[in-house]
Ligand binder design. Structure first.
Ligand code: HXC
Length: 510
């Protein structure tokens, strides 16, 4: 019996060593942790239960029959994060560069299917060289199997990807199908084709970092939702994110105790809006002063900064926050902001997370770059996302709500449930100056007439009362009571039941 147990332990040890000490040392020398070390940080201590530790590839070509490493380049299984079940896979770069064989793919698919069946998030940690070149089409088949599960699980369970090393080919498309992607600065990059292929095809010389580093994807392309300093920070932040999410679309988001008074008054908010309507202020101050304990997990912080998205809690229950940011491009809606917020709103709606929208928006961004870049289509995404969302929607207009952007930002007309405005709100088709220059074009040569018309327009529309008189705004509230009012609104919406007409699926403008 002892011999059998020893043989098992021996096999387990071999699997735990992955590609061997030399490659583990190389991994550490690059500032990266190993697949198992990452899981230790991600999961509650002692909670990891590994599956398929002894799975090996079945390839016999190119001398592969003699090169078998138990586990075959991916560590899979289940564990808990703050006591809640999650399924995980973690690519082991020390084994064939984490590349994907058919056997490796089957391990991932097993975890994906278990997660979907049992209603728990899947977290994938990526550090991999793409398709296992020696396996050819079997590897491509394996990727497609994973993609298929990604798509079937979309909107059913939260799927999170963390890019922690090189990722190319198939290892970027699976993350792209998941709900959130994060990267680690300096040690990770992701692209469909690497610098060598780029050079051959387009004759461009580019480094991996320039092509697909964390900075590029977190700030420019918007492919990823955040970049972390190192593996340690990445794992700690993913734990934090998971705490906000329901385990599946069959469950309510997790409520946790809070010590923050629901009735808390924030007098400082009464002076948040500057006297000059063109002067910016930091919308994050409002968010942090409204939500429980000022705890806000931002999604896509460095991309489309003119809109803020992220998770917080009210009375301990998760909420999604969407807010125009006057500090960046005056909070205008452009392509990036629309894309970013549309995806976030849809995530919240999939998983029953109420949405609080803080509005200060001067409109959609004008210009050829925006129009030629399909602002119409991208702006429509956000409009569509808000309109179809059936989760509780609470809106607070702090200052500008102009034009189409007023409609888009969770207005009453798109089934906003409770729509508040601060007394400083200006709800109009456009700002006074622009409006007067159009409707009183004949007076343009007469500055006094224009000034009088502008003042008249300002007086008539630069307030929330016209909209309130029509019932488009439910109540004009004092800024200092924002938390109290939003809490109250969310309480009344706990039993909300609304559904959209039957359809196979919608046709959101992609
Ligand atoms: C098999 C691979 C491999 C792969 C790396 N290795 N990539 N083995 N298939 N795709 C092995 C190497 O032979 C090496 O083995 C070890 O992993 C580490 O690789 P290095 O090159 O030494 O590491 P590094 O210098 O850090 O470079 C990492 C890398 C590079 C950038 C990922 O290895 C690379 O470019 N690999 C190929 C990437 C690629 O083109 N993949 C196919 C994409 S197409 P030893 O034994 O020396 O440790 C694709 C199709 C799917 O994925 C598309 C679906 C939509």
């Amino acid at each position: 019996m002892n011999e059998i147990l020893e043989a098992l332990e021996h096999k387990r040890h071999a699997a735990r060593m992955g590609g061997g000490q030399r490659r583990i040392d190389a991994q550490h020398a690059k500032g990266k942790l190993t697949a198992r070390e990452r899981l230790e940080l991600l999961l509650d201590e002692g909670s990891f239960e590994e599956y398929d530790m002894f799975v090996e590839h079945t390839c016999a070509d190119f001398g592969m029959a003699d090169q078998k490493i138990p586990g075959d380049g991916v560590v899979t299984g289940q564990g808990t994060i703050n006591g809640r079940l999650v399924y995980v896979f973690s690519k082991d770069f020390t084994v064939f560069g984490g590349s994907l064989s058919k056997a490796h793919a089957s391990k991932i698919v097993k975890v994906q299917q278990a997660a979907a069946r049992n209603g728990a998030p899947v977290i994938g940690l990526f550090d991999a060289g793409g398709a296992r070149i020696q396996e050819g089409v079997d590897s491509l088949a394996g990727y497609a199997d994973i993609f298929m599960e990604n798509v079937l699980s979309s909107g059913v369970i939260p799927q999170i990807s963390v890019i922690m090393g090189p990722c190319a080919g198939g290892d970027v498309y699976s993350p792209a199908l998941t709900d959130f992607i994060f990267m680690v600065k300096d040690t990770s990059y992701m692209f469909v084709t690497g610098p060598d292929v780029v050079k051959t095809v387009t004759n461009e010389t580019v480094t991996a970092e320039e092509l697909g580093g964390a900075k590029i994807h977190a700030q420019k392309s918007g492919v990823v939702d955040g970049a972390f300093e190192n593996d340690f920070e990445a794992m700690a932040q993913i734990r934090r994110l998971v705490d906000f999410l329901p385990a599946s679309n069959r469950e309510k988001p997790p409520v946790r105790p809070t010590f923050d008074e629901p009735e808390r008054i924030e007098m400082s908010l009464d002076s948040l809006i500057p006297a000059n309507p063109n002067q910016p202020y930091d919308m994050k101050e409002l968010i942090e002063k409204t939500v429980d304990e000022g705890d806000f997990f931002e999604i896509g912080r460095d991309f489309g900064k003119n809109i803020i998205c992220g998770f917080a809690r009210m009375e301990g229950a998760p909420v999604g926050i969407v807010a125009n940011q006057p500090m960046s491009l005056a909070g205008v809606l452009d392509i990036d902001a629309s894309r970013k917020a549309a995806r976030f709103v849809r995530f919240c709606d999939c998983f029953g997370i109420p949405i609080i929208t803080f509005v200060d928006v001067p409109g959609f961004m004008p210009g050829t770059r925006q129009e030629q870049g399909a602002l119409i289509k991208h702006g429509a995404k956000l409009l569509f996302a808000y309109a179809e969302a059936t989760v509780p929607k609470v809106t607070v207009i702090t200052r500008k709500a102009y034009g189409g952007a007023y409609d888009v930002m969770s207005s009453k007309h798109l089934r906003g449930d409770v729509n508040y405005a601060w007394p400083t709100a200006e709800i109009a088709v456009m700002g006074a100056k622009g409006a007067v220059e159009i409707i009183f074009r004949a007076d343009i040569g007469d500055p006094d007439a224009i000034a009088a018309r502008t003042a008249e327009y300002q007086e008539r529309f630069a307030n929330p009362f016209v909209a309130a008189s029509r019932g488009y705004i439910d109540e004009v509230i004092m800024p200092h009571s924002t938390r109290r009012r939003v809490v109250k609104a969310l309480r009344t919406l706990r039993g909300k039941a609304v559904s959209n007409p039957w359809k196979k699926h919608d046709n959101i403008p992609l």
